[in-house]
Design a protein around this ligand. Sequence first.
Ligand code: S3P
Length: 179
Amino acid sequence: MSKKENSIISGNIFLIGFMGCGKSTVSDYLCREYHMEKIEMDEQIEKDEGKTIPQIFEENGEEYFRELETALLKGFENRKNTVVSCGGGTAMRECNVQEMKKHGKIVLLAAAPETVYERVRHTTNRPLLKGNMNVEYIASLMEKRNPKYEAAADLIIVTDHKTAAEISAEILENIQKEI
Ligand code: S3P
């Protein structure tokens, strides 16, 4: 059986985890190689609002952005075979986690603060890291968030030093048993 045939799933996969943990890269890969549909939550919100994420934070505030995330998740009722790349803060709200659980499996992509830093250090599109672009801040925010990420996850994949292909294969091997 080919890789693609072997890996088609009927349910949805929600990728959660800290900024720079690989959610977008892995969702791109799953979409391309395994013929899954893809929703990148940040991109969808930017499109719907006609503004970038930094603009939304700046002009409307973080709470407004968080409401947009919740509203977007609530619209996933009839989705199938879709990989959703969540924002790094999406799993912090219990109502979002419940919504994701209704519609699919939640996969936490984990990475060390140093790995995250290397991946995000040259980016400017994350308001929470503006003025905080250093390993210490990343490590402290990650530590605060980890209990909620871990409680939400059906599956945890450590992504340090792994390619998108390896991570995707690992997700599908493990998630297929459950979906
Ligand atoms: C956020 C992560 C970002 C984006 C927003 C807030 C967070 O998404 O949703 O800047 O709270 O961690 P990525 O995880 O895709 O960078």
